[in-house]
Design a protein around this ligand. Sequence first.
Ligand code: PMV
Length: 330
Amino acid sequence: MSRTSKPRLDPIASSRAPGKIILSGEQFVVLGAPAVAMAVNLYSRVEAWRSESGPMEVSADIPLQIVDEASKKSSVEKNQGLLEPLRLAALATLDHLREKDRAVQLNANCEIPIGAGLGSSASITVATISAVAKSRRARLEKSEIFKLAFVPERYLHGKPSGVDQATCAYGGIIQFRRPARIKRLSIKRPPKILVCDSGVHRSTRALVGSVVKKSRKEIGRFREHLEEVSAVSNSVVKSLKDEDTTDLGSLMNRNHELLRQIGVSTPRLDKLVTVARKAGALGAKLTGAGGGGCIIALVDDPKTRLKVERALRKEQGTLYDVSVDPRGVV
Ligand code: PMV
């Protein structure tokens, strides 16, 4: 942590943090396996300033798309559920800075779809921590931001591994292992990934909870899964370094199968994954907690990309053409 000494009026401080996709190891990372994740160029932005007086005020312009499964109609509601984690992130930051004065006002907005496996909550909380620190003229190390983000992430997810906030804070492509082994990978040619949102949004907490419960009942099966996922994640790192997209694609396919076996995929996600592969993707898998949310497809060649996009659109998927965010929170 460092503070600048220049006296000045309190300005509006702002920070932005990327979203993320997980190339391998989600869910199993909570149980101790390594994961590989990439920060992507969808952002949340948070402004923070010292309010005139009184308590903390948090406002957010974060639309939450709700899909009514019965009527298939979607509506957009204000996402009040994210205000409490933002408040917790701000409080944790002020405590860390030993700031007694709690008067801070926050304004957040987010272009990352919420509850879709793209790390929206981690991105917003990481940006909040950074912005609140800046509003007190302090700059935090990424390792400090990573640690502080456990407070709101625990509130939201119960048992976060930390992979989401690590990726949103550090940016680039990282290999992550609990509790805090974060290795930034130097990859010359990041994978070309297409993200497709199934439109079904869900709770990470419930999904992670169900997998943790299952892992306690089916110890032998999960031990095998963990060994295999560890091997998959290590091979994903190798394929990224070797720029071996064929290998990376099959590893993604295998990872999806393992996620399917532990019950976090859905018929809709399986369908999108199959459609992407049939249209020419080198590999496809769900990304994030599962139960809905997004799939990712690896598509190297521009012509095939168009085909995959067309096929996924036919399935009513919402497409995000993402690229790597190299900077993390700024
Ligand atoms: O919240 P999501 O859907 O972006 O998923 C986070 C990744 C998990 O492995 C499912 C949970 C975690 O904390 O690692």
